[in-house]
Design a protein around this ligand. Structure first.
Ligand SMILES: [Zn+2]
Length: 56
């Protein structure tokens, strides 16, 4: 489980609180990066669901 070395916040803590510890968390915590990618990715594909294994 990744942890941000700057603020020592873990991905679990971010999930629980809904807040990141600092701006570095986005880069340092792989799981958070992936989660954000999925969230924003879905928004970009308006009305179209991204398949789990889709190639784009
Ligand atoms: Zn941080």
């Amino acid at each position: 489980m990744s942890k941000c070395p700057y603020c020592n916040t873990s991905y679990n803590e971010i999930l629980q609180t809904g807040f990141v510890g600092c701006q570095h968390c986005y880069q340092e915590i792989e799981e958070l990066k992936e989660t954000l990618k999925k969230m924003y990715g879905d928004k970009k594909h308006k009305g179209k669901r991204v398949k789990a294994n889709g190639n784009i």
